[in-house]
Design a protein around this ligand. Sequence first.
Ligand SMILES: [Zn+2]
Length: 224
Amino acid sequence: MNEKKFRYAIYIVLAILILLFYTKDIDLFGQNFYENIKQIDNPDAIMVLVNKNYQLNNNYVPNDLEIISTSYAYENKSLRKEAKEAFEQLSEDAKNLGYKIVATSAYRDYDYQKKLFEEYTNEKGEAYALECSAKPGHSEHQTGLAVDVAGSNDDYDEFESSIEFPWLKENAHLYGFILRYPKGKEHITGFKYEPWHYRYVGMEVATIIYNENLTLEEYYNKYL
Ligand SMILES: [Zn+2]
């Protein structure tokens, strides 16, 4: 190989490296989020799948919402009855072990989510809104089965560094909850890692998901 060809080869390798660097966060084989959107036909099912490809109707409101006791949540936070009872038990058991796990956000209706997404978009642009929020109808919080929590450091955004996080990560499934948006599964869930967001699916399914290290999407693919 002469010097000219050698230099040419180096340029090509460099170009490939630069290309790889800029595309490493783009999942070329992932799903097309917010494309081919399907309407959800079983919104009341405990196992309902809501994500960027499955959308809830704008007037869907669960009919068994109950307010979580303020011993375990901020004021006026509600979940569906089954999820609410499970969460209160979880939070109570955590308290008895010296932990503090409090719901900071739970059920959110369609209009609230719409406003939230619009605010993010107006303040920081749509790319940012898409990164840290869901479009209306695509938020799990509208099911009344999802909850965001804070630990004893009182900041849901810092939940991962709280003393409660390691405990909840290993025990949430015993109460029927799963860590819904795990690290490294962003290309499957469509959402960034959210150590504070837990979804109620019931103990049996939560235990399978925990033991097999699945996401809800992967559970659907494998078992349903
Ligand atoms: Zn959440």
